[in-house]
Design a protein around this ligand. Structure first.
Ligand code: NAD
Length: 253
């Protein structure tokens, strides 16, 4: 049990990587506080939890400071904060609007300011903890096509991660981020369906996503959850301030 005795708060844990990570944390003995804006997804996640797991699940909107404040208070004495909330804007810089910039930075980056400012003081007072932020290979690592705005937000997450790690290393806080390539998730399904309309169907759009993967396949959410588990656990006790790439070799070519 790699997280026995630890308590974790996760944002956006109703679906995709966040959900897989909540399940992985619980399987490894953590008490998990699962949050999302989708109450139905949280209810089904609770049902999927391993028997005997300590689970709290409630609606928390990562874009709303009041909601985050209440949620962090309810979460209690957490050792692990997994900032997973984020969304993918599709398009070049010329296909972005000011509203989309504001929304994307609010959800993908400023949400982390909300959770960190609410949760970090308690973690510091208790002697430390591990923060895991969700970035992406499409960031400062890869100039992915049609990810101008998304890549800018995820590059900002890497910068924020490094700054938090530096400022709080002496207080026992570790802060790392995860940079996945393309991962099977409900949002990926939506993106493939939407892009299918432009490129001649769902299968063609899926094939285009797979074609850019050196391994010839897309990652599973469980593969990303395993990295989150490592970074959350004491197994990674000497690791902080880094962008951990898990992309099937995408950024290596
Ligand atoms: P997803 O997009 O399929 O699900 C996201 C979850 O976030 C949903 O349950 C949704 O209800 C919740 N959510 C939306 N707005 C929220 C808000 N304001 N507050 C709280 N929760 C909210 O999940 P995913 O594709 O696994 O993505 C999760 C994270 O991983 C995101 O930050 C994403 O950018 C990042 N990521 C995903 C991929 C990928 O290919 N799927 C690759 C790299 C990085």
């Amino acid at each position: 049990m790699r997280l026995a005795g630890k308590r974790a708060l996760l944002t956006a844990s109703g679906a995709g990587i966040g959900r897989a990570t909540a399940l992985a944390f619980a399987r490894e003995g953590a008490a998990v506080v699962c949050t999302d804006i989708d109450a139905g997804a949280l209810a089904s996640l609770k049902e999927e939890m391993p028997a005997g797991a300590e689970v709290d699940a409630f609606v928390l909107d990562a874009r709303d400071l009041a909601s985050v404040k209440v949620g962090v208070e309810r979460a209690g004495d957490i050792d692990i904060l997994f900032n997973c909330a984020g969304w993918v804007h599709h398009g070049t810089i010329l296909e972005t609007t000011e509203e989309e910039w504001d929304f994307s930075f609010d959800l993908n980056v400023k949400s982390m300011w909300r959770t960190l400012t609410c949760a970090l003081p308690g973690m510091i007072a208790r002697g430390g903890g591990s923060v895991v932020n969700m970035s992406s290979a499409a960031s400062s690592l890869v100039g992915a096509p049609n990810r101008a705005l998304y890549g800018a937000t995820k590059a900002a997450v890497i910068g924020l991660t490094k700054a938090v790690a530096t400022d709080h290393v002496a207080q026992g806080i570790r802060c790392n981020c995860i940079c996945p390539g393309t991962v099977e998730s409900p949002s990926l399904e939506n993106r493939i369906t939407a892009q299918g309309e432009a490129v001649g169907g769902y299968d063609a759009a899926r094939a285009a996503f797979v074609a850019r993967q050196p391994m010839g396949r897309i990652a599973t959410a469980d593969e990303i959850a395993n990295l989150a588990l490592y970074l959350a656990s004491d197994e990674s006790a000497f690791t902080t301030g880094h962008a951990h790439v898990i992309d099937g070799g995408w950024s290596n070519v």
